[in-house]
Design a protein around this ligand. Structure first.
Ligand code: FAD
Ligand code: SIN
Length: 520
């Protein structure tokens, strides 16, 4: 019989969940609930690495400056300060735990990625950073008394009198439902790339934790900001597979359909421009070429350099008949990272007592409107440490909200009446999100999408299995994203409105959504 009462209940077993568990276990009993196998997560696929100011000539101040610039005016300054100052120590902890970062002549090797003013990305196994982190942390957890329940889906957060009490679960192998009570509940459920037709994310990335937290009364923030990675493999018969930005950091060049470089026409940093700029440039170039792919070309580098620095990418492409040491690779943007999520302060706390969030499911606004490359693994490490400290009472009192900084309004039911509801399927939903809530957005298409999603949401039966729960969560999250995107009548970072193409100083604020506010 499994114990059902714990000090910490952690939902998710990516870097955020595992790291939190390893820190929390020293202070109480810990349960990890995860809906697939333990290593079924975004973390495992991380390629480029972890950004931290550890190299010669670098400093937290410089890292902070790059993060704020990429974030397009919407980063929380305090969160970025914490991230960049505490980051190097957290990375040192990871090294102590045994993550084998690549070295050269006895020093850690540092790669470069878009919008970083210098090389500062630690990587492992060349382009297999996430795999090494996940394996190291999973092995450590296995040696502890942390309880891990695989194939266990969190289906509801139980919140009573404003306090998180328990997590309801469904075992997808046996169909058994259970309730686990805990003093602290941590949402570490990762991203939501599966909301889109094309994504670098694995099947588990359906945004469950954000949906559960919202349904439990938590505030969610910045949902309009979804990052599209510019370079995913675009080849008939091959899955959407990431080609790391680190390739451009090593000198790879984006070329148009006629193999001419084009990024210098869009940004002074050319191929190393911030990710939102590069993704939009690719969308424009593809449209000019009637939908044909653009190319990522690293064939001018020595073949052995490419093979040793990017072994995963090299071997994956080769298995589909493409030799990246010889030929340019067809690429297109794909949904990659959710900047929005469950709203937290810099101690991982949500607006609900006892409910915490960490990693991609959380939003401290540290990434603003566009995350700087390789800042997300770092974000999970830094804020997991603080989350555990705050559960031990080591954080200052939670600050009162400066609500006037934020926008809380949402669409009224009468605005959401849908005349023609198309038939619902996971694929229809992903297509709709890709077309209307993707790289380029327009008010009329967003409103139509909000209406369709609202109608689908209302017509959905109560979920009974994993697939149903995931669909419910995805449609709810899609609606929150659309509502936020409709509200933000400007373009900023990853949110580009064709009908409001300029950035407006009036919009230097966040869209915060909560059930309580939405029902008013
Ligand atoms: P995840 O690692 O996704 O873990 C989430 C966990 O929650 C999973 O175990 C999942 O099964 C579980 N879960 C979800 N819903 C439920 C539920 N209802 N019940 C129970 N369990 C649930 N970032 C970088 O900083 N550097 C990089 O180089 C980099 N490269 C990337 C490459 C790729 C291809 C991708 C997809 C992402 C990359 N990122 C990178 C982003 C980064 O990997 C993620 O943001 C980070 O790993 C998220 O960690 P996490 O622990 O928050 O979520
Ligand atoms: C990449 O390797 O290009 C992904 C890095 C990231 O998402 O931070």
């Amino acid at each position: 019989m499994t114990n059902t009462d714990y000090d910490y209940i952690i939902i998710g077993s990516g870097i955020a969940g595992l790291n939190t568990a390893l820190l929390a276990r020293e202070h109480g009993s810990v349960l990890i609930i995860t809906k697939g196998k333990i290593d079924d997560c975004n973390t495992r696929y991380a390629q480029g690495g972890i950004a931290a100011a550890v190299g010669p000539g670098d400093s937290p101040t410089l890292h902070m400056r790059d993060t704020l610039t990429a974030g397009a005016g919407l980063c929380d300054q305090e969160a970025v300060d914490v991230l960049t100052r505490e980051g190097p120590q957290r990375v040192a902890n990871l090294i102590q735990w045994g993550v084998p970062f690549d070295t050269s002549e006895g020093k850690v090797s540092l790669g470069r990625e878009g919008a970083h003013s210098m090389p500062r990305i630690l990587h492992a196994g060349g382009d297999a950073t996430g795999q090494h982190i996940e394996v190291t942390l999973t092995d450590l957890v296995a040696k502890t008394n942390v309880t891990v329940l695989e194939y266990t889906l969190a289906t509801r957060l139980v919140v009573e009198a404003g306090e998180a009490q328990a997590v309801e679960t469904l075992n997808s192998a046996t169909g058994e439902c259970q309730t686990f009570t805990g003093k602290f509940v941590v949402v570490a459920t990762g991203g939501a790339g599966q909301l889109y037709r094309y994504t670098t994310n694995p099947e588990v990335a359906t945004g469950d934790g954000v949906a559960l937290a919202y349904l439990g009364g938590a505030e969610v923030m910045d949902m309009e900001f979804y990052q599209f990675h510019p370079t995913a493999l675009w080849l008939d018969g091959a899955p959407t597979f990431l080609l790391s930005e680190a390739m451009r950091g090593e000198g790879a060049i984006l070329r148009d359909v006629n193999l001419n470089p084009f990024m210098a026409n869009y940004h002074p940093m050319a191929d190393l421009a911030p990710r939102d700029v590069v993704s939009r440039a690719l969308a424009i170039e593809m449209e000019k070429a009637n939908g044909a792919a653009v190319y990522l070309d690293i064939s001018h580098l020595p073949a052995d350099t490419v093979q040793s620095r990017f072994p995963t990418i090299y071997n994956f492409c080769l298995s589909y008949g493409l030799d990246i040491t010889k030929d340019p690779v067809p690429v297109a943007p794909a949904a990659h990272y959710m900047m929005g999520g469950v709203r937290i302060d810099t101690w991982g706390r949500t607006n609900i007592k006892g409910l915490y969030a960490c990693g991609e499911a959380s939003c401290s606004a540290v990434h603003g409107a566009n995350r700087l490359a390789s800042n997300s693994l770092l974000d999970t490490l830094v804020f997991a440490q603080r989350l555990v400290a705050s559960s031990l009472g080591k954080a200052p009192e939670q600050a009162q909200d400066s609500r006037d900084h934020n926008v809380y309004a949402s669409l009224k039911p009468r605005e959401l009446v849908c005349a023609n509801m198309p038939s619902f399927s996971r694929e229809a939903f992903q297509d709709l999100m890709w077309r209307n809530v993707g790289i380029n957005r327009r008010g009329s298409r967003l409103l139509l999408t909000a209406r369709i999603l609202n109608a689908w949401e209302r017509a959905m039966p109560d979920p009974i299995n994993r697939e149903d729960y995931e669909l419910r969560n995805m449609v709810l999250l899609g609606r929150l994203m659309v509502e936020a995107a409709l509200l933000r009548q400007e373009s900023r970072g990853s949110h580009f409105r064709e009908d409001f193409p300029e950035t407006s100083p009036e919009w230097e604020k966040h869209v915060v959504l909560s059930q309580e506010e939405n029902s008013q």
